[in-house]
Design a protein around this ligand. Sequence first.
Ligand SMILES: Cc1ncc(COP(=O)(O)O)c(C=O)c1O
Length: 396
Amino acid sequence: MTVPFIDLKPQYETIRAQCEPKLHEIAASQYFVLGPEVAAFEKEVGEYLGVKHGVGCSSGSDALLLALMALDLKPGDQVLCPSWTFFATAGAISRLGLEPVFVDIDPVTYNMCPQATEAALATCTRAKALLPVHIYGLPADVDAFLEIGKRHNLPVIEDCAQSIGAKDATGAMTGTRCTMGTWSFFPTKNLGCFGDGGLVSANDDRLGDYLRMARVHGSKQRYVHEFVGVNARLDALQAAILRIKLPLLERWHAARIANADAYDAIFRSAGGRCTSCAWDESSLQLRFPWRPAAPARAIVNQYVLRVPAAIRDEARDFMKERGVGTEIYYPIPLHLQQCWAHLGQGAGSLPETERAANETIALPIFPELGMERLRYVAQTLVQFVESKSRTFAAAR
Ligand SMILES: Cc1ncc(COP(=O)(O)O)c(C=O)c1O
């Protein structure tokens, strides 16, 4: 059996009949950038999220850039963010001449750890914002970051690139209770367009206004520029596709959650435990991902589990030989990237992040995976981990 890590084609088949005429309609209108499709999408996604301003833009990376620009920080100001995230989170910070301060993760949730954030703040001299990420669609501790932000007078931007539809501990959508939220519609996200697309969310009118201008070179009125912005507009084609997909999003979330439930059940019955359980010799050496209880919700953009570091790469090879695609999110944490070596957060400085880089594997989780392929993936991994059980007892 062959199981790709992700396959977007079956989902397209379910919406092809709606997409094709829409693409033709937009081609015929020749209205390609911003305009009515984008405005309608912004309204609809704002309602879905429960946020006042949804400002469409060109990508999740540009959404981060726009949100940070809106804070009006000075070069050298520090922004605290996780190292365990996609490059763009910290890339946007550096791009604006700001300094990322990388914070370790909570090993259970993989999200930026509030206690580690407090500890990092104690040593920062120019901390001006917090930028937690809801990694893999697992909600970070929004209340803790709001509280830390309030106490230290720091705005909080939530990187929701992977978390559209995820809910925090109060049941509110991620990206709606802090200063701003930033979103990606890259095709592999739960809500993905046909290329690059993104959004910044905010409840504050002044921020909404700023963001709408910042994405068109600081301009509200054509050829009149109030400040230096960027070109970061959302295309009408992308907005039209997103409008077709948005009403189906809850169905796709439910399918991913059902897949995650099925993986959890297979791994549990094989003797595996959740990431909230310590490693011990009596359980299968596999830790499936923690998910929060309602009203919080994880939307499982990725299903990332742990196996002992000593066998992680071999496990991937074993899966590959048996036709199963897997991924590592992320093989090199950001604090260990060459471009941030000058910050001096070298190897050993973020132990939980570094441990995650060596222990984690992402399994196929896309909504159309189906139970037969899912069982094959899970059983293949269990077979490998069981076959190695004697090795780990010695290795750990
Ligand atoms: C956490 C995170 N932040 C930001 C981004 C950037 O989004 P985009 O690829 O749309 O620029 C991504 C994309 O993978 C992401 O996962």
